[in-house]
Design a protein around this ligand. Structure first.
Ligand code: PLP
Length: 389
């Protein structure tokens, strides 16, 4: 069988590969602590599960509109307008099975072959993968620890050309947990207006924020029409397996993205949308409790990592990831990640799973219990105390 050339340009997410290797080790009787996969370990809150069961009973088992149920899109628009100051109504919202399709659809609808897509390095690997898949020129912009992994606007502006079509922004950020400073968001908006490019603003971790308020670039003057906000239920409501996300974008773009939905998925499952609506309008105390627990875990893992030989770790302000600098161990990221899994039973990811800019770092997801985080820290401490002098 010969495959289309474009398949050679499609990347992947290493987290799933590391998880598969960890499962093999577990099948051999080894114990592994999972700090690799980016999914909350909590159950989906009961009131949301109950709403889905009720929707199934009520007959929400058929096709729905490609763009999503109007009442659900209306609720999303109302909340994002009120809480994030994004001017929008239901015609700006397209619901998708998970948030990931918004990356694909936004790029398919906006970016021509040869256009340039700027994306963060380190960053979520699917941005680069999709840009390359559609034959765009994927141009990384570096996020540096010396700048608390914030975006360097001068450096970024030097990468802009007349072919720059889209910039991918992600805050709170995977893998570093960094949150962009408001001045950076404002400065970037000015640059986008000046050079007339679009922004894909991945805000999937916006509610997993430990201080301050989330500032969406789409809320700044003149930015709503050139921004696609990507968001969803996977992280905030612990609903990764449900596949429920959405994008907020200009109305003409929403028409194209809905047509891409018609051509690919037909629609998002309607009973999940009914549950999503209840998630948004129901009590948010469980969600706040999850964020409080994430904060306690963050404090635990950051302090623990900083006590390990050869490792230094900043304090992230959002998401549920830490991105420790491991250069003091004398090992490369890929090598250390592999050794920690095979010898210490701790599954984490090499920083290079997020781009070349991740060399010198590991990513740990602290979506695991405090007890397991303590065990992982102890196992890593034991391993490193022998290896690092
Ligand atoms: N964006 C970022 C930055 C992510 O880390 C993830 C999931 O890991 C997604 C988007 C995808 O979200 P979903 O599971 O809703 O497709």
């Amino acid at each position: 069988m010969t495959f289309a050339q474009r398949m050679s340009r499609l990347g992947t997410e290493t987290a799933f590969e590391v998880l598969a290797r960890a499962r093999v080790l577990e099948a051999q009787g080894k114990s592994v602590i999972h700090l690799e996969i980016g999914e909350p370990d909590f159950d989906t809150p009961r009131f949301i599960r109950t709403a889905a069961a009720r929707a199934l009973e009520d007959g929400f088992t058929h096709y729905g509109p490609s763009a999503g149920l109007p009442e659900f899109r209306q609720t999303i628009a109302e909340i994002w307008r009120a809480e994030r100051n994004i001017p929008c109504d239901l015609d700006n919202v397209v619901v998708t099975p998970g948030a990931k399709p918004i990356m694909f659809f936004a790029m398919l609808a906006l970016v021509e072959e040869g256009d340039e897509v700027l994306y963060p390095d380190p960053g979520f690997p699917i941005y680069e993968s999709v840009a390359q898949f559609i034959n765009a020129r994927a141009v990384p912009y570096l996020l540096r620890e010396s700048n608390q992994f914030d975006l360097d606007l001068k450096d970024l502006e030097s990468k802009i050309t007349p072919r720059t079509k889209l910039l991918v922004l992600n805050s709170p950020h995977n893998p570093t947990g960094a949150v962009l400073r408001p001045e950076t968001v404002e400065g970037l908006a000015a640059i986008a207006r000046k050079h007339s490019f679009h922004i894909l603003s991945d805000e999937i971790y916006a509610r997993v924020l430990y201080s301050g308020r989330h500032l969406s670039i789409a809320s700044l003057p003149g930015m709503a029409e050139r921004t696609i906000v990507l968001d969803g239920f996977s992280k905030t409501y612990s609903m990764t397996g449900w596949r429920l996300g959405f994008g907020i974008m200009s109305k003409p773009l929403a028409v194209h993205v809905a047509r891409l939905m018609t051509n690919s998925n037909s629609c998002t499952a309607t009973f999940t949308q009914k549950a999503g609506q209840v998630a948004l309008t129901g009590p948010q105390d469980e969600i706040m409790a999850m964020v409080r627990e994430f904060r306690a875990r963050r404090d635990l893992i950051v302090a623990g990592l900083n006590a390990l030989p050869g490792i230094r770790c900043g304090m992230p302000n959002g998401a549920f990831y830490v991105f420790p600098n491991i250069t003091g161990t004398g090992m490369k990221s890929g090598e250390l990640a592999k050794l920690l899994l095979e010898e210490a039973g701790v599954a984490g990811l090499s920083g290079t799973a997020f781009g070349a800019g991740g060399e010198g770092y590991l990513r740990f997801s602290y979506a695991n219990s405090q007890e397991n985080i303590k065990k992982a820290l102890a196992a890593m401490g034991e391993f490193l105390s022998v290896r690092v002098r």
